[in-house]
Ligand binder design. Structure first.
Ligand SMILES: [Zn+2]
Length: 135
């Protein structure tokens, strides 16, 4: 299979502050984070696109018992980006003790942070984060 956007390219994009996703030539849906097929129609005719990095917080949970290598507590959230896809990431600029239902529907800005590699991964990687946007 021919990948339009490799994992390494996606990681390099994040390093440079670029959020690279894929836009479907069949249905116009944007897939982010990138996958091998369109999230809407499973089409494979995709072009690399840079998403704008804005979204709306839809749901979250506070992790108080963390897996090895992570320091609790922290907030894991899902946001619907303006391009339509739902994205998972850590909400980084809030104290987990202040996380309550008022967060739902808040505007967020996407960024990224490094997650240290562990025994189960191939080393450090960069993941999406959310921070609350000014309203
Ligand atoms: Zn599609």
């Amino acid at each position: 299979m021919d990948y339009k956007l490799t994992y390494d390219q996606y990681q390099q994009g994040l390093e440079q502050g670029k959020l690279l996703g894929l836009k479907c030539n069949g249905c116009d849906a944007v897939t982010f984070p990138p996958k091998s097929l369109c999230r809407e129609c499973n089409g494979s005719d995709l072009n690399i696109t840079e998403i704008k990095g804005h979204g709306t917080l839809r749901t979250f949970t506070v992790i108080r018992v963390a897996p090895e290598g992570f320091t609790p507590p922290y907030v894991v959230a899902m946001a619907e980006i303006d391009e339509g896809a739902w994205v998972m990431g850590n909400l980084v600029d809030i104290s987990p003790d202040d996380a309550d239902m008022d967060l739902i529907g808040k505007k967020v800005k996407l960024g990224s942070q490094i997650v240290k590699g562990d025994a189960y991964s191939g080393g450090d990687s960069r993941v999406v984060t959310f921070s609350l946007a000014e309203e």
